[in-house]
Design a protein around this ligand. Structure first.
Ligand code: AMP
Length: 488
């Protein structure tokens, strides 16, 4: 989900801030405790706030808090306020401060036919346009999140049955959405017609689970059943499962960046193991851009699987030349530029003993603003490396994501401002190479990028957006663009 109108801590909001994880379970005692564990496994998808809504057969209970899952939801007093055998949850990145809590999910609304809670991962690209239409019809919004638009569309639908209202609402949406909803009688999972963000179905002793990634099943010993299909609306009731495909068949465009960086390496998404895929990405990178060097060093943790693949392919020793402090969050999602700089120093330290005098190949998954690379390279040089070569396990990130990955606006992306040669000078390395887009496709076992018919959403690398971007391109352009400029 995305914030439509709020500002950042320092007024410099420049990112989408909508990495999210969703999880729900239907039919298990103490459901909220299970959701807590599932969300903990999905913590990498958003660390700023979390929420759980449970249902005990007669009433819904809602808890939403800023902070990590473990900060609040592990407390017995909080879990005691979330009774019932059905619950859904959400973990999100958000701005902190006054506006934070009202945008924390799941959202809950009392409709004419009963209560409904919803968790959303992704970004609705016509939410602002729809919001304006709804406001003209009298709707009052209580948050600045694109997800609330969906609740209003459901409320305004003239269809009879709730599931028809839900389908009526989501078929008016554009963009990326993996949704988990909970009503008095059902849990609903839905993916946008291109299946841009992941959503999987699991089973724990007969209780169905919906989750962003399979790692959230492993933590509770649940079984993977299948991925929710792109464009599928799956309804779970006491009577079992029922699927709807309101958009018909469309060619999927799963987010390739989930494989590059976003998903946890121990997850399996769309039939691929993320760790194995990252190793294959590293192998492909070594084939495309070999280096005469002494050792391969990952930028931990996100560069590690690709660095292992690179080292294996190149026949070079792999060593931990950079040590990461695990008690610092992802540096990228700190709110201000100065803190972001500080975060990099807090998070990584060069392992001098390992790299002194060596020709080092540094492998990281991506370069966004270039802040991390600049700092790390300097650190490795200060530790006495003889040469520093940088290999990036993805193509240059040259365009913003509008589908739910936290990305700065295009002008702040290093690759949109500089050639690779200039980037090499900027981060001060002896050589710099990125994986080619065809190489990335080969690493996920495709023959290459078919430009007439790409198999993935790779917009952050190619600028080829697979859905309409109505809020940017539509009639509301001027106002929308100024908001989007703020938010990514
Ligand atoms: P930067 O310092 O802006 O170039 O950020 C690059 C680093 O951020 C890389 O080491 C990536 O592992 C990480 N990264 C890339 N994309 C994201 C994202 N959307 N959210 C958080 N971290 C990211």
């Amino acid at each position: 989900m995305t914030e439509l109108t709020s500002t950042d801590l320092d007024g410099e909001a420049d990112a989408f801030r909508d990495e999210c994880g969703v999880f729900g379970i239907f039919g298990k005692a103490d459901a909220a405790a299970v959701v807590t564990l599932g969300l903990h496994a999905l913590q990498h998808r958003g660390q700023e706030a979390a929420g759980i809504v449970s249902y005990d057969g007669s009433q819904f209970s809602v808890e939403r808090h800023v902070g990590l899952i473990g900060d609040t939801f592990t407390k017995p007093s909080v879990l005691a306020r979330l009774p019932g055998s059905r619950a859904i949850g959400h973990t999100r990145y958000s701005t902190t401060g006054g506006e934070g809590l009202r945008n924390v999910q799941p959202f809950f609304a009392e409709f004419a036919g009963g209560g409904f809670a919803i968790s959303h991962n992704g970004n609705i690209t016509n939410a602002l346009t729809k919001q304006r239409e709804l406001q003209k019809r009298g709707a009052i919004f209580s948050s600045t999140s694109d997800t609330e638009t969906l609740l209003h569309l459901i409320a305004m639908s003239e269809r009879e049955l709730f599931i028809d209202k839900f389908i009526d609402a989501i078929t008016q949406l554009e963009g990326a959405f993996s949704l988990v909803g909970l009503s008095g009688k059902k849990m609903v999972g839905a993916r946008d017609p291109l299946g841009i963000r992941p959503l999987i179905l699991g089973d724990l002793d007969g209780a169905y689970i919906l989750a962003s990634e399979t790692c959230a099943l492993d933590i509770i010993g649940a079984h993977y059943v299948r991925d929710i299909k792109p464009g599928e609306v799956l309804v779970i009731t006491n009577d079992g499962l029922r699927s709807y495909f309101p958009w018909g068949e469309l060619k999927p465009r799963f987010c390739i960046f989930e494989y590059v960086y976003f998903a946890r390496p121990d997850s399996n998404l769309e039939g691929r193991n993320v760790y194995e895929t990252r190793k294959m990405i590293g192998e492909q990178l070594a084939k495309e851009s070999p280096v005469d060097a002494d050792m391969v060093v990952p930028v931990p943790d996100s560069g590690t699987p690709a660095a292992i693949g690179f080292a294996q392919q190149a026949g070079l020793p792999f060593d931990l030349g950079i040590i990461r402090n695990h008690y610092v969050g992802r540096t990228f999602i700190q709110p201000t530029a100065s803190i972001r700089h500080m975060g990099v120093k807090l998070k990584h330290n060069a392992n001098q003993k390992a790299i002194e005098g060596k020709r080092v190949v540094l492998v990281d998954d991506s370069i966004v603003r270039g802040t991390t690379s600049q700092k790390i390279v300097q650190m490795v040089r200060d530790a006495g490396a003889a040469e520093v070569h940088m290999r990036i396990a993805s193509p240059p990130t040259a365009a913003s994501c509008f589908y739910g990955v936290d990305t700065p606006e295009k002008s702040k992306l290093l690759a949109s401002r500089m050639s690779i040669e200039d980037m090499k000078d900027y981060i001060k390395v002896d050589s710099l190479a990125f994986l080619s887009i065809d190489g990335l496709y080969r690493a996920v076992n495709e023959p290459g990028r078919d430009s007439a018919c790409p198999q993935f959403c790779d917009a952050c690398f190619t600028g080829d957006y697979p859905t309409a971007l109505t809020d940017r391109d539509g009639t509301e352009t001027t106002r929308t663009l100024s908001l989007l400029a703020k938010h990514g």
